[in-house]
Design a protein around this ligand. Structure first.
Ligand SMILES: CC(C)(COP(=O)(O)OP(=O)(O)OC[C@H]1O[C@@H](n2cnc3c(N)ncnc32)[C@H](O)[C@@H]1OP(=O)(O)O)[C@@H](O)C(=O)NCCC(=O)NCCS
Length: 170
């Protein structure tokens, strides 16, 4: 099977309405958010991320369709570290795009930003995301017990990390 073509480009203001749609998908609310968000709230989120210097990129498939976004946040050059996050459009999930998008952003982080460590947090029940991150090379570094309150229950958050030295070995 031919490799899927994915291009990362700047996340633009006109992409925000799509981000709003993806964010309000029930699976995204369960795994990334907590409650439905208004368009204004999503606009404010993007504004906040930009003002903090997060690197927010949009992912396009081979046909130029917007299929998700990926970002590096809390970029600390002094410590050579940043956190990564990803959200795909509901219709783009389950097709292997997550790995390609993550790996392209990780390459930017390690090769271009010269980071030493990329880390993330994910909910302990998000088996798909955990499987994806482990496949890429992230390891579980800690479990924050009952860190999030979801649907009336406290749920664990996993901290996962990947080092530049481990990435080079792949
Ligand atoms: C999480 C996300 C980035 C994964 O990307 P994706 O391209 O949809 O991932 P895939 O469907 O290719 O699945 C990745 C791996 O997990 C496996 N997987 C899928 N669903 C699974 C499940 N319920 N339990 C265990 N493994 C699962 C897949 O089989 C695949 O592994 P494989 O390649 O060895 O077969 C994407 O689905 C998404 O954006 N989801 C909503 C938001 C979210 O959860 N973001 C991450 C928050 S930390």
């Amino acid at each position: 099977m031919a490799a899927k073509q994915i291009k990362l480009r700047a996340f633009e203001t006109h992409d925000i309405h799509e981000l709003h749609r993806w964010s309000n998908d029930p699976d995204a609310i369960r795994t990334v958010g907590r409650i439905p968000q208004t368009l204004e709230q999503i606009e404010k989120l993007v504004e906040k991320k930009r003002s903090r210097g997060d690197l927010c990129l949009a992912a396009e498939d081979g046909a130029g369709r917007l299929i998700g976004w990926v970002f590096l946040k809390d970029i600390e050059h002094d410590h050579g570290r940043a956190a990564i996050g990803i959200l795909l459009a509901p219709e783009a999930r389950g097709q292997g795009y997550g790995q390609i998008v993550m790996e392209q952003m990780i390459d930017i982080g390690f090769q271009q930003l010269r980071l030493n460590r990329i880390y993330l947090t994910t909910r302990g029940f998000n088996d798909r995301a955990i499987r994806l991150y482990e496949k890429i090379g992230f390891v579980i570094e800690g479990k924050l017990r009952q860190h999030a309150f979801m649907d009336g229950v406290y749920t664990d958050t996993y901290l996962m990390g990947l080092l530049a030295s481990e990435w080079k070995q792949k």
